[in-house]
Design a protein around this ligand. Structure first.
Ligand SMILES: [Fe+2]
Length: 298
């Protein structure tokens, strides 16, 4: 079947210091603050109304993930399918004023998704400001006790397609209607949470700027640069103020065939199969493998 969601639109986080996280995201990534709503900071790196929503909270955690539905009718179908799959419907009230209609549900491990009508593209596409100015926020990688079940639930509710998985479902990658190799992914972990949030950049040349900006603040990369096997994308990772893991990518593979069967790859013990995790050879550090940030209140 065709996916009922087209793309990732926004990620919503809780932060103990929203101003610092927004400043850090502006200074390094290059997204800029575009407004505030109900106390939350809205950031965008393009013309989309909001891509990152930062709420003040007592924890640094993930609130929810926005997925744009392929049509208004698809939202009703997602709701019906989520209910049929035994998933909890949390709300049918949009989380942002600019969204006309949505349904918000939780997976069995409490990952929260809002499937919604198109987000207005009412911001300036280009703007003056610091940081490296990405193209967009492009994917999110969760941690889950059971990535296989997570993938089944995202397929059952949203029609997301399994692009690739490892032999033991240590990691699974799923695509939406835009065909990008992964829009959501899940890494097996001791707790449900968020592993990393990814921003897509125009070219590898931008990675030099990212590294130099971090070095100017006496900060280091967590992993990369490299090229993942799954998704074939260029990558680097760094930790934000507040402890989230940001990935910066370019050149994500696009799978045009909705009928392409899932690829199954052997990750090696402790993700040691470098052809899967990093075609250039450097394996992930333990810090990356064990990383998770909690799921917070919405
Ligand atoms: Fe990623």
């Amino acid at each position: 079947m065709q996916p009922l969601v087209q793309r990732l639109t926004y990620v919503s986080v809780n932060s103990t210091d929203p101003e610092a996280l927004a400043q850090d995201t502006a200074d390094i990534i290059g997204a800029r603050e575009v407004g505030r709503e109900a106390g939350a900071i809205l950031m965008s790196s393009n013309d989309r109304h909001a891509e990152l929503v930062i709420h003040k909270d007592g924890s640094d955690s993930l609130r929810g993930t926005g997925l744009e539905a392929v049509s208004e009718e698809a939202i009703d179908e997602v709701k019906a399918r989520a209910e049929a799959a035994g998933l909890r419907i949390l709300s049918t009230t949009p989380s942002l004023e600019c969204i006309d209609k949505s349904v918000t549900f939780a997976t069995s491990e409490d990952h929260v998704f809002e499937v919604h009508t198109a987000m207005p593209q009412d911001r300036a596409l280009r703007y003056v400001g610091p940081g490296m100015h990405p193209k967009c926020i492009d994917h999110i990688n969760f941690t889950a006790l059971n990535p296989a079940k997570f993938s089944d639930e995202m397929n059952a509710s949203c029609g997301m397609l399994l692009s690739q998985r490892t032999t033991g479902y240590e990691i699974s990658w799923m695509r939406a209607g835009d065909g990008r190799h992964h829009t959501v992914a899940a890494v097996k972990s001791h707790a449900a949470g968020v592993h990393h949030i990814s921003w897509e950049f125009n070219a590898f040349q931008d990675f030099k700027g990212l590294g130099d900006l971090l070095a100017s603040q006496d900060r280091r990369l967590v992993w990369g640069p490299g090229r993942h096997g799954a998704g074939d994308n260029l990558f680097l990772y760094f930790r934000t103020v507040g402890g989230l893991l940001y990935e910066c990518i370019a050149e994500m593979e696009v799978i045009h065939d909705v009928n392409e069967p899932p690829r199954v790859v052997d990750p090696g013990e402790n993700l040691s199969n470098w052809k899967v995790v990093n075609q250039w050879g450097a394996l992930p550090p333990q810090e990356w493998i064990e990383n998770t940030a909690p799921l917070g209140a919405i």
